[in-house]
Design a binder for this molecule. Structure first.
Ligand code: ADE
Length: 248
């Protein structure tokens, strides 16, 4: 997968060089290019923002640098291909595991993290005439800019790419993964030693009885979901858990 990011803070994206995403890049599974939006400004101050039409607080990102940046980025891909444009914004559709999965299936993504009050709307509208556009929010809070949202989304997407995670099974039971455990949070996990600071690991996990272990994990997942995410409970479908039980 190819990923382009256009930003006024390229250094904000440096974490893409480390850990899971960094290794995926080193292995050639991810081809990441970070661009400085100010490379497409021509005044001495390298201006990217201006005051909003209609008044109001804050500044709006000017359309010209973004338009030229997107023209240039599109030109860098395979001839005739266009990326999916991912615009991080608190007014976007929720970035969920499902959306991560959908985006992980695309060969080329371009992210446009904004600062200030956002990007002149015409940039998004014009881009949408040339490429698929997804405006995405990583949660109901407002960040100082979209760069951190890009880090979040790229990491969630990268770990779904074939071969990126060591163990292909390891995202199967993730909280929010589609399938039998959909809409259930993952329960608690334990490793050695069996006793630590007077606290022991639940006996069932040492029992070797895989049916009991699967049932216990499901109960823990239910309890955790009820406590932490009652909104998800409304989406529970008995059939999915019934199927899991039969497999266990
Ligand atoms: N930019 C600022 N806040 C954001 C959010 N919650 N999600 C995505 N992009 C953002």
């Amino acid at each position: 997968m190819r990923i382009d990011v256009v930003t006024i803070f390229p250094e904000y994206l440096e974490p893409l060089n480390i850990s899971l995403v960094g290794k995926a890049r080193a292995r050639g599974q991810l081809d990441v290019h970070v661009h400085d939006l100010r490379d497409w400004t021509y005044d001495v101050h390298r201006t990217v923002d201006d005051s909003p039409y209609g008044g109001g607080p804050g500044m709006v990102m000017k359309p010209e640098p973004w338009g030229e940046a997107l023209d240039a980025v599109i030109g860098k891909g395979p001839a005739g291909e266009v990326p999916t444009l991912v615009v991080p914004t608190p007014s976007g559709r929720p970035f969920t595991q499902e959306l991560a999965q959908e985006l992980a299936g695309r060969p080329w993504l371009t992210f446009t993290p904004a600062r200030y009050e956002g990007i002149d709307r015409r940039v998004i509208e014009e881009a949408a005439t040339r490429m698929p556009v997804v405006e995405a929010s990583i949660g109901d809070y407002v960040l100082a800019g979209g760069e951190v949202a890009v880090l979040v989304m790229v990491e969630a997407i990268a770990r779904l790419l074939p071969g990126v995670l060591g163990n292909a099974e390891s995202h199967r039971d993730d909280s929010f993964a589609p399938g039998a455990m959909a809409d259930l949070l993952e329960g608690p996990v334990y490793t050695k030693p069996a006793e630590w600071r007077g606290r022991t690991v639940p006996d069932v996990l040492l029992s070797g009885n895989h049916g009991r272990i699967a049932r216990w994990r499901r109960e823990q997942a239910f309890a955790r979901t009820l406590a932490n995410r009652p909104d998800l409970v409304a989406r529970w479908q008995y059939g999915a858990f019934d199927k899991k039980e039969r497999e266990a």
